[in-house]
Structures are given as C-alpha cells and as structure tokens.
Write a protein that binds this ligand. Structure first.
Ligand code: MG
Length: 374
C-alpha cells in the first residue's frame, strides 16, 4: 500500500459499519467495501443503463458501468499523488451511480415528478439518495443484514449532496449537511473525478454520434487550446486519433490541475488529521481558470448535446415510459410481483420507485411493452 497522508482516511480508524462484523482477513475495510460493490447486483445493472445515449443506440457509447470505471481510474491516480486511500476512493467511485434510474437524468426527473405528484409525503426521488439506499437497504446478499453494510467513509462519499429535509432522517451520513462540514478528501476528489470523466467522455461520445462537431467545439476554450496543440504537433492526424489525443490531453491537464491546486491548498491550510479536513473549507478543487474553462465546456454540452433534438426525443420517450409504468403500478399494485406490494400507500409508492429505479433501459422498455401492448 502506498504511503498514507495524515489527512487521509485510515481503514483501521474507520467510523465503522452499521452492523458490527468480524475484521476482514487479508484485506482492509475499504478493500472489502470495494469488493462488495463489484459483486453486488446493482453494479452489474450499470452495464445496461444510459449515461447520455440509450444502451441500444450503439455499442461504443459509455454506459453507467464504463463511466464508473473511468471515474475510478481518474480518482485513483489523484489519490495516489495526494497520498489518499486508493481503495476507499475506488469504492466511492464505483458505487457513486448505483442509484441511477434507467434513461439517465430524464428517468430520475420523471420518477421524482411522479413521487411528488402521487405520494407527496414520500420525499421524492433522488439518484444520490437512492445510491445510498441501494448499499444500505436494497441489496439482498448477506445473511445478517440488508444492503452491503459498508463503512461510514464509503457511505459518506456516496452521499454527495443532500437537502436539509433528507439530511435529518439519514443519521450519521446526513449530519455533515446540517453542520455544514466537509466530507473526507477521498469523497471530495471522487466527486471532481466524476466531472472530469463525464465532461470528456461526453465530448467523445457526442463526436462519435455526430450530434456535435469538432468545428462547434472549437468555440470552447479548453477544447480549442488542446486541439491546436495536437494539430501543431501532428498536422496530418486522422480524425479518430485527433479526437483521442485531444481528450487524453484534456483529462491529463484536468487531473494535474486538480492535484496541484489541492496540494497547494493542503500546504496552505495544513490539515493534520481527517477531523481537520472535515472542519476546513473544501480542499479539493480546480484552479479558478480551469474551473471557468470546465464550466464553459459544461454549458456547451448542455446547449449542444444534452438538449440536442435527437437526445430530447429520446428523453421525451423515456419520461413517458417511466410515468406510465409508475401510474400503472400505482393504480393497480397487483400488477407488481409480491415482493413489491405494500399495504400502506407511501410505502407502496417507494417500492414502485425502487422497482423502476432498478430497471435497466431495455428492461423498462420491455416492461412497458408488456403492460401496454397485447
Ligand atoms: Mg457519475
């Protein structure tokens, strides 16, 4: 194991698991968490869930699974350079999207709208809270507890954000949102690694799909800068390699900027322990210039890719499928298998949300067909 900084999370001093368990043999607590995540049901389903493009639109596009693996790779690199705990950051990265519905954000937004409309007391639906619910409650693999019984540090990292309304009922992992304290550095870095991964792979997928072009992207500062540098060095590069070179150098720049900026903040604020990290302002960050460039890129992707007419058509269909499934099950819970039927309406709504959230894109489409077509 590489060296661990005094401000890193230490598995031997973990705040513990919800259900007491014997010490792991031959691996540390965070490795055990990572291993449990890789073996769980929800992790395998990520392979068939949309990132931006629906799974059946093409074999080369990112899915939630490949996205999560890219996040873990980026996060581990940064963790090693900052002497953070690599196994913990890998566990957080691999689990961060476990609660995503089918059809990406469109699926989540519609499921949330349905919950608020038909079960206003149930507390809506949010993928982040659902990721925690998957690892705390929904996985059924162990004899002695529900969920995966992960360490506090892993669960804290999975719960990236949370409203005050939800924080109060979440106990230990909710407390920091009320006390306005920071999570571990591993959690802070994993969060930014997520952003580095999706900004870059969405450019790659966007270009491959033909929904956006290199010419359009040249209006984005960070892309133009790296594009020009690659073209200067390799003037006759074919398109596929050109895109590959631009993206790898953008990822590299962002990783180095995040590492250097965070290292400088650590040197300035000198946290001597995990408690110091929690009490300090956010330590992991990009430099102000790179933050501005990354925001510009995000705005470009929002305007030109996520709201592209072809993506919007998919989004519209996805929302209708989620809504029609939800309403059909709410009107007639006996359409559900017994394990999802409840006597009480709020619990019934939550069970329907769990069922729909657990579906892959193609399962949701086939379940919809099954309910609405003879
Ligand atoms: Mg993500």
């Amino acid at each position: 194991m590489p060296r661990l900084a005094p401000y890193a999370c230490d598995p031997d001093r973990s705040a513990g698991r919800r259900h007491p368990e014997a010490e792991p043999q031959g691996r540390n607590h965070f490795q055990r968490d990572r291993d449990r995540i890789v073996h769980c049901h929800a992790f395998r389903l990520l392979e068939y869930k949309t990132q931006v493009f629906i799974n059946h639109e093409g074999d080369l596009f990112r899915t939630r699974l490949t996205h999560s693996i890219e996040v873990a790779q980026i996060a581990r690199t940064i963790a090693r350079n900052l002497e953070l705990h690599e196994d913990l950051i890998e566990a957080i990265s691999l689990a961060h999207d476990l609660g995503h519905t089918p059809f990406g954000h469109a699926g989540q937004d519609e499921l949330n709208a349905c919950m608020n409309e038909f079960a206003p007391d149930a507390g809506g639906f949010e993928h982040n809270l659902q990721s925690l619910r998957v690892v705390d409650e929904l996985e059924e693999r162990y004899a002695e507890f529900n969920g995966l019984n992960l360490c506090f540090e892993t669960r804290e990292g999975i719960l990236k954000h949370c409203s005050a309304r939800h924080a109060a009922r979440l106990g230990d992992v909710g407390r920091r949102f009320i006390e306005r304290r920071q999570p571990s550095l591993e959690a802070q870095v994993a969060n930014l690694a997520d952003e580095i991964a999706y900004n870059n792979h969405d450019i790659d997928d966007g270009l491959r799909s033909g929904l956006i072009t290199i010419e359009q992207l040249l209006e984005v500062g960070i892309f133009a800068r790296h594009h020009d540098a690659v073209v200067r060095r390799y003037p006759r590069l074919e398109r596929r390699r050109l895109v590959g070179e631009i993206i790898r150098s953008m990822i590299n720049t962002l990783v180095i900027d995040l590492t250097d900026t965070t290292r400088a903040r650590l040197a300035e604020l000198k946290p001597a322990s995990l408690d110091d990290v929690r009490a300090a302002p956010t330590l992991a960050s990009f430099s102000p210039e790179v933050r501005r460039e990354a925001d510009e890129l995000k705005r470009f992707l929002m305007r030109n890719l996520y709201r592209h007419s072809r993506v919007m058509r998919m989004t519209g269909k996805a929302r209708r499928i989620v809504r029609e499934l939800f309403v059909a099950f709410r009107d007639e819970p006996r359409l559900l298998s017994g394990e999802y039927q409840r006597d009480e309406p709020v619990q019934q709504a939550r069970a329907i949300a769990d069922y729909i959230a657990g579906m892959t894109d193609r399962y949701a489409i086939s379940e919809h067909r099954n309910l609405f077509q003879m």
